[in-house]
Design a protein around this ligand. Structure first.
Ligand SMILES: Nc1ncnc2c1ncn2[C@@H]1O[C@H](COP(=O)(O)OP(=O)(O)OP(=O)(O)O)[C@@H](O)[C@H]1O
Ligand SMILES: O=C(O)c1ccc[n+]([C@@H]2O[C@H](COP(=O)([O-])O)[C@@H](O)[C@H]2O)c1
Length: 221
């Protein structure tokens, strides 16, 4: 009999991917005992205009290069292939059909929590996946707790007065504390535009790709 797998999902623009993404993903794999982790570069983003971002084929290629050394990591182009706006709820529906016997865990950095209530059908995300929120420097994870308690109530709230638990199979919502790494794609893009190095913030093959294709204002090599 095939054993059910625990599959982590990490959606993002990955514009470009960096070691903040990779460390967060690896810590989630270890802490949550994930068998695999899928990086899912966004297609047409619900909130971000496409003119503000690198075209999806470049973000997909850079993400593939970034994760190449870790056998438990994989990249899904499911959102890039989909026509129309790429909503996470649609991705979860599709993946839960693709992996019916497996357990899906959606990983979110704390920066996403402030806007989670604006996502399409956000309360229904939990019909398809566990949610796991990871801390991120500069973002307050506390709003997560009030939001999460709303989510928990729909399923199985902790008894009155008890704090939101850390990751626990009993609950659908979990918080995972990871090592703080103050790295963002915004900062990397800014450095590139200023002609500064992004070495050691992201794997070398990603830097080579950026230079080869002249992305983010780099001269083509
Ligand atoms: N340094 C980091 N530590 C923890 N989580 C991170 C870190 N960087 C990104 N993430 C998480 O990875 C996912 C994808 O992030 P995204 O691709 O938007 O990167 P970003 O650095 O936030 O980009 P940008 O600066 O363009 O907004 C999100 O859940 C985000 O919270
Ligand atoms: O489903 C939505 O309505 C929705 C709205 C905004 C963002 N998301 C998802 O949030 C993830 C992180 O997005 P971002 O903005 O950090 O690139 C990515 O997987 C997006 O598809 C999803």
């Amino acid at each position: 009999m095939i054993q059910a797998q625990r599959i982590g999902l990490m959606g993002g623009s990955f514009d470009p991917p960096h070691h903040g993404h990779l460390r967060a993903a690896l810590e989630a794999v270890e802490a949550l005992r994930l068998d695999r982790l899928l990086f899912i570069p966004t297609g047409a983003h619900p909130f971000k205009g496409e003119s503000q971002r690198m075209p999806p084929q470049h973000r997909l290629a850079m993400t593939r290069l970034a994760i190449a050394d870790e056998p438990r990591f994989d990249v899904s182009d499911i959102e890039i292939q989909r026509a129309g706006t790429a909503y996470t709820i649609d991705t979860l529906r599709d993946l839960s059909q693709q992996f019916p016997a497996d357990e899906l865990i959606l990983l979110l950095g704390a920066d996403l929590l402030g806007e989670l209530h604006l996502w399409k059908d956000w309360r229904e995300l939990l019909e398809y996946a566990h949610l796991c929120v990871m801390n991120r420097p500069g973002y307050d994870a506390r709003p997560a707790c009030s939001l999460a308690s709303g989510v928990l109530l729909k399923h199985q709230a902790p008894p009155d007065g008890e704090p939101i638990p850390d990751y626990d199979d009993q609950y659908f919502y979990g918080a995972l504390t990871i090592r703080d790494l103050e790295i963002s794609s915004t900062d990397l893009r800014q450095r590139l535009r200023q002609g500064r190095s992004i070495r050691y913030f992201t794997p070398e093959p990603v830097i080579a790709y950026i230079q080869e294709h002249g992305l983010y204002g780099q001269a083509t090599q």
